[in-house]
Design a protein around this ligand. Structure first.
Ligand SMILES: Nc1ncnc2c1ncn2[C@@H]1O[C@H](COP(=O)(O)OP(=O)(O)OP(=O)(O)O)[C@@H](O)[C@H]1O
Length: 603
């Protein structure tokens, strides 16, 4: 309610703003709105999706130049030209997003900067774009009964477009697509392992940014009715970047605040361009060092600081007991092979981390993978889950050859995993971590955001209900809104397992889930894993805690030096001479192993 009142007050203020402004001031406001739209687009691709994009100014340029060329050379009306210009910008977004499929971080910065420079170079030299002089005489936009040639009236057109694109951006960020992008920004590898189609997501982020660039370009062409290369140069790109960083790149409102503040500063320093550049640079450095979340992040940091001083943070939340799943009858026929690893070898330069490893896992089994440190267990998981391509050999999952498939494809085929060193999305809450896993929509269905927004909202509500159920089952409800990193290690491990199961896998890979847990937590973990299996899933678990492995697993595969040295029931492998030899000198003492009875092992 409070938020609604603030939005209404801002809306009223924005509506009456032109009444107090002279003709120069309204022009400045119109330019600021265009920069704000550009900044939102840049915030989406860089702040939300984590893709370095130094070509936002080129998107802006394509939108403006395409409008200019189509209205002057081809004699089209402004609106038709504007729509075509935005389509042209999206096409450019696809081209510029393509390198993001292969390169990341500063390399992507260099590539996108290169493309932006190429654009400026082209418009400066091509005759189609009017060379250094640019294109003047752009047809003014018309609306029946509305005089858009007046900047006072044009302001309302811009204001409406700004409100729509800001609302759309916030809608994306706060629902499934935005969550996936934020997850990818945090940890692309973990997001992929949960089924997020990382390449498609990167492309979508660039396309979104390009739409914002295109819209801003069209509005600019309609406002100034003249385009020239200097409006789209690298200095403006850095100004835009400074707006996003200072405002707070992870918040679209922050991007708007940054755009407005810096555009006003630019106006004040318009006669001192050198001082202006130095001032932007210094402020950016100060913000990066002292307020990495920008102006938008300051209130939250201040609240966190106050909480810390009062000592109120996270004291109330309690881990509740796990509520077991309803057992499901699963046929445990050994014919029903869920996973087959055939002669897999993985070579890292001179080192053979896996050497001709073969194993078969049946549906409904809990399989243990054990072996001394460095024996290749995690490498085997990485090959099975698609993080590594094997040097040779095959991985057959649910009857299909999945060797070397991207992790997101394996995840979508029904595989989920946890990581030895926990890979929770640190910038997302516990609930959002689960929501990312629960979301099974393909990124291709992102068109619904534009054409069927209500279906997106309905689905988001359904996802939140499912997340609440998962939180409840794992006893995590009270931690839903907290950042995973603020939680004790044992709870983080539980969140990671809950997240993996939320992805609804047929096969769950657990990489050392007991690492760092105390005795009681290990007991609870065993209960959770058994219940997950009883609910119809198959589990493979890498573990050094031999007591846990021996009591939990029906079959154990022992690796040493990248080779399978034994395979069988806990009782069988515990007495294998090769296993005893491999473990001599290791922490495991096979004589002390609590070898279970056959009945216990197959619970
Ligand atoms: N990306 C990589 N590049 C080079 N060598 C690697 C890579 N990943 C693993 N290795 C090497 O492969 C071998 C097997 O490592 P892996 O992590 O699979 O062993 P592990 O059995 O899981 O060990 P631990 O129990 O300590 O986790 C080790 O010698 C490791 O150094």
């Amino acid at each position: 309610m409070k938020r609604l009142l603030v939005v209404a007050a801002l809306g009223v203020a924005a509506w009456f703003l032109p009444y107090g402004l002279d003709s120069y001031a309204i022009h400045v406001v119109n330019v600021i709105l265009i920069f704000a739209i550009l900044a939102i687009g840049l915030g989406l691709v860089m702040g939300i999706a984590g893709q370095v994009n130094l070509s936002q100014v080129a998107f802006f340029g394509v939108g403006a130049y395409a409008t200019a060329i189509l209205t002057t050379h081809s004699g089209m009306g402004f609106w038709v030209a504007g729509v075509l210009a935005i389509l042209a910008t999206v096409l450019m977004g696809l081209v510029i997003g393509t390198p993001a499929l292969r390169v990341q971080s500063h390399y992507l910065g260099i590539v996108t900067l290169g493309l932006a420079l190429a654009f400026t170079n082209w418009v400066t030299n091509a005759s189609l774009s009017g060379g250094a002089e640019g294109i003047s005489g752009i047809t003014a936009p018309t609306l029946p009964g509305v005089d858009l040639s007046s900047e006072y009236i044009y302001y309302y057109l811009e204001l409406i477009v700004f409100a729509v694109v800001l609302g759309f951006g916030l809608f994306v960020v706060r629902t499934a697509l935005g969550r996936r992008m934020r997850a990818m920004r945090d940890d692309a590898l973990a997001a992929g392992a949960l089924g997020a189609e990382v390449p498609m997501l990167r492309m979508t982020a660039f396309m979104l940014a390009s739409v914002y660039g295109g819209v801003a370009g069209v509005l600019y062409a309609g406002l100034i009715r003249y385009v020239a290369p200097e409006s789209f140069n690298i200095a403006n790109m850095f100004l835009l970047l400074a707006m996003v960083i200072i405002g707070g790149r992870q918040s679209l409102i922050g991007c708007v605040v940054g755009a407005v503040s810096l555009a006003l500063v630019r106006e004040l320093l318009v006669d001192h361009p050198t001082i202006a550049q130095l001032a932007y640079g210094s402020v950016v450095v100060l913000v990066v060092v002292f307020a990495p979340t920008g102006l938008a992040g300051l209130p939250r940091r201040f609240r966190a600081y106050l909480d810390h001083r009062r000592g109120t943070r996270g004291t109330a939340a309690q881990l509740r007991p796990f509520q077991p799943y309803e057992p499901e009858a699963v046929s445990r026929s050994t014919q029903d092979q869920l996973l087959r690893v055939e002669g897999v070898t993985k070579q890292f330069r001179g080192l053979k981390a896996l050497d001709d490893v073969s194993l078969t896992v049946s549906t409904g089994e809990i399989r243990g993978i054990v072996g001394p440190n460095g024996s290749g267990k995690t490498t085997l998981f990485n090959v099975i889950s698609g993080l590594y391509k094997p040097t040779s050999g095959r991985v057959i999952f649910r009857g299909a050859d999945m060797t070397g498939r991207a992790p997101y494809r394996l995840a979508r085929a029904g595989m989920a995993r946890t990581f030895q060193n926990l890979r929770l999305f640190g910038d997302l809450t516990v609930e959002e971590n689960l929501l990312v896993a629960l979301d099974r929509w393909s990124t291709l269905s992102a068109w619904r955001y534009a054409l069927r927004p209500l279906s997106v909202l309905r689905r988001d509500r359904a996802l939140r209900r499912s997340a609440a159920e998962v939180l409840e089952r794992y006893g995590l409800t009270e931690f839903a809104s907290l950042a995973p990193k603020s939680l004790p290690y044992g709870i983080q491990r539980r969140v990671e397992i809950a997240r993996a199961v939320a992805a609804d896998p047929a096969l769950l890979l657990l990489d050392e889930p007991a690492a760092g847990l105390n005795g009681e937590e290990v007991r609870q973990l065993a209960e959770i894993v058994r219940s997950i299996r009883d609910s119809g899933r198959t589990v493979i678990i890498i573990e050094h805690n031999m007591g846990l492995v021996m009591s939990l697993c029906e079959q154990i595969t022992v690796l040493a030096g990248g080779r399978v040295i034994a395979s069988g029931t806990p009782a069988e492998v515990a007495v294998e001479p090769a296993v005893i030899e491999a473990y001599l000198g290791d922490s495991m003492n096979t004589d002390d192993l609590p070898v279970p009875s056959a009945g216990e092992a197959t619970r």
